[in-house]
Design a protein around this ligand. Structure first.
Ligand code: NAD
Length: 358
């Protein structure tokens, strides 16, 4: 295993997909989800000191490529992430990502990491952290609608953090449901495959929608949602891409990460720009109430915010110090004499440079 030792040359720790998988198994999926949730919670509790901006999105007919930056004044972070709903038909993933942390003091990167797995982990940890304060107390059952790449992570996080015992699966592609059910076997949950979204939500206190379609979709219609449930809406995270009928939004108390971004990308893009929402960090700090009545419908309009990625990278950076699960990456030129970049290049030439005279 590699050690994070100081060296003459600044090498940047790089966590590959292989190392991330080893790290997750080394820590354990459920403990790591709890660890990520605690880092996200502590960063949400110091929300006001972060630099915040809606993510920078580059849209195309096929999907979106986004940059998600933030800083707490000491450390800067960003994630590169895509969302291409049609990718799975070609054997590619809908969402892939990588991210970076840097030292604000000198601008040098201090961590580069894969973030496809880490995004699934942090999205699930965030969903469960929020469900812990919004879902009905003692929730046991979740409907998981959309059984793609995120679905097992979402389910296991709800078990690890909220004590979920039952999950009811539905996907328009039965193959996705069969994959999800098979992957969840052995995780100590009662798993039921359903034939419709309507069937999946029967008896569920938590409804997670995590579908991918670049259009206004109606995964849940108004008549499907009874009083007292918590909706964890993950999949609508782009302009023009939503999952819930607007009438559900009007019956719900809506909680968001960062309103400036969610109003562009979330379910609430279907509502008036001044429709009231509660920022989840205010619930976590006790400045705003979470669930306040049994019959209340709570909706977490999740789009994914840069601070969650920052927290996840911070968590990984702390974990690799003791596990050594990274490659030291020669990413920075870092010449011995900082002004002699050319000299460094020249000394590396395979043959001495001969000046040509005219
Ligand atoms: P995926 O393509 O692997 O899975 C999506 C699944 O939804 C597929 O199995 C598909 O068959 C199913 N589906 C599509 N339409 C459906 C419908 N009408 N009813 C039921 N199922 C339907 O995608 P993924 O990686 O699991 O991501 C899902 C969504 O979550 C994407 O839109 C992605 O952008 C979003 N996402 C959000 C966050 C966040 O922080 N909020 C983070 C990661 C991903």
């Amino acid at each position: 295993m590699t050690q994070l030792a100081p060296s003459a040359k600044a090498l940047v720790p790089f966590v590959s997909v292989d190392h991330m998988m080893k790290l997750i198994h080394h820590i354990g999926i459920e403990p790591m989800l709890r660890g990520l949730a605690s880092y996200i919670e502590s960063d949400f509790k110091r929300w006001e000191l972060f630099d915040k901006t809606p993510r920078v999105a580059s849209h195309s007919a096929e999907g979106v490529i986004e940059l998600m930056p933030t800083s707490d004044g000491e450390v800067y972070g960003f994630k590169y992430v895509n969302g291409h709903p049609k990718n799975t038909a070609e054997g590619l993933q809908t969402v892939t990502a990588f991210g970076l942390l840097a030292d604000v003091g000198n601008g040098y990167p201090v961590l580069l990491s894969e973030m496809t797995l880490l995004t699934a982990m942090r999205t699930a940890a965030t969903s469960a952290l929020v469900a812990r304060v919004l879902a009905p107390k003692g929730s046991t059952t979740m409907a998981m609608i959309g059984n793609g790449a995120q679905s097992e992570f979402q389910t296991i996080a709800m078990k690890a953090i909220c004590g979920l015992t039952h999950v009811r699966l539905f996907d328009t592609d039965p193959g996705a449901t069969a994959k999800c059910a098979a992957n969840l076997a052995g995780y100590g949950l009662h798993v039921t495959a359903c034939n419709s979204a309507q069937e999946a939500i029967l008896g569920a206190q938590i409804i997670t929608t995590c579908t991918a379609d670049k259009q206004y979709a109606t995964i849940l219609s108004d008549n499907m949602v009874g009083a007292g449930v918590h909706i964890n809406a993950i999949g609508g995270d782009c302009p023009g891409k939503t999952e819930l009928a607007p009438a559900i939004l009007h019956r719900s108390d809506i909680f968001v990460e960062y309103p400036e971004q969610t109003r562009i990308e979330g379910e609430i893009q279907q509502l008036a720009p001044d429709h009231p929402v509660t920022e989840i960090w205010q619930v976590l700090t006790g400045q705003a109430p979470g669930r306040s009545a049994d019959k209340q419908i709570t909706l977490f309009d999740s789009v994914g915010f840069a601070i969650e990625d920052f927290s996840a990278l911070r968590y990984v950076r702390d974990q690799i110090k003791t596990t050594g699960l990274f490659h030291p990456l020669d990413l920075l030129a870092d010449p011995d004499d900082p002004r002699d970049l050319f000299g460094m290049l020249d000394r590396a030439a395979p043959h001495p440079h001969v000046a040509s005279a005219k």
